[in-house]
Design a protein. Structure first.
Length: 260
């Protein structure tokens, strides 16, 4: 089934197979968008809760985002284990537990991203807080806090390779949009894949703007609490701007291999 055909099918046919195929397609598209826009590089990953089973999530097998196609997407349970007997845990991402712990802790979440986006990394090791300065980034909330694995787990590789560490990270996220990971990257989560990609792009733009503004010297003007609240309120139920952005990012992405 071609990508476009799968989408059309999902719109009229609500069978489990059709919904699963549509979710895999959208997640593969998100991988290509995030790679193309510089959010994901060789490493990092994005997932979506399985629309046919809330106790599972869909994620690519161990593969760089720029190379992911819908057929590379596999199901993983909320302990981080592969669901299908044909898929070995060794072929999954080491840090898949990040996703498992967040879906376990937050039933409201539908999509999760873990990335090492270069623009955000300085804020994970600096005392300068990551707070919104550009309007779009208001959607991220008042501040993304920094999770430091060393506080609880001592000297490690900084990688999140088991559920105990992942649950500690999920505790840091709490009810927020995400959390910076000291010396490592970021995790952000949303209520849909499209929303998540938007958050990631807003995060990147905000990080670049904030870094550049601070390099200019002088004082930095952050969005106020009231502005952040006003933006969140204005976004409720509005999908047209999100669709417009998604279609733009998708038009720029390389979808080679999708119809093979
Ligand atoms: Zn990582």
């Amino acid at each position: 089934v071609s990508a476009q055909a799968a989408l059309r099918l999902a719109q009229v046919d609500l069978s489990e197979d059709a919904r699963l195929a549509a979710a895999k397609l959208e997640l593969a598209q998100a991988n290509r968008i995030l790679a193309n826009e510089g959010i994901l590089d060789a490493l990092g990953h994005v997932s979506v809760r399985d629309p046919t089973n809330p106790n599972r999530f869909l994620i690519s097998r161990q593969l760089s985002a720029a190379l992911v196609t819908p057929k590379d997407i596999v199901a993983v349970d909320l302990n981080g284990d592969a669901v299908s007997p044909e898929v070995q845990n060794q072929s999954l991402f080491w840090e898949r537990f990040i996703h498992a712990a967040l879906y376990q802790k937050r039933p409201d979440l539908v999509a999760v991203l873990h990335s090492h986006t270069p623009s955000i990394l300085p804020f994970s090791v600096s005392s300068t807080p990551f707070r919104p300065v550009v309007h779009n980034a208001a959607i991220l909330g008042e501040e993304l806090r920094v999770w430091d694995m060393r506080k609880k787990f001592g000297d490690t590789t900084l990688l999140v390779t088991n559920m105990a560490v992942a649950q500690d990270l999920a505790d840091c996220v709490g009810s927020d949009t995400g959390c910076l990971m000291r010396g490592h990257g970021v995790v952000i989560a949303a209520r849909s894949v499209k929303e998540l990609v938007w958050y990631a792009m807003a995060m990147d733009l905000n990080a670049k703007t904030l870094t550049t503004a601070q390099a200019l010297g002088g004082t930095t003007t952050y969005l106020s609490k009231g502005e952040i609240a006003a933006f969140a309120k204005a976004q409720q139920g509005v999908t047209s701007a999100l669709e417009r952005q998604w279609n733009y990012w998708l038009s720029r992405a390389d979808l080679a291999g999708f119809n093979e």
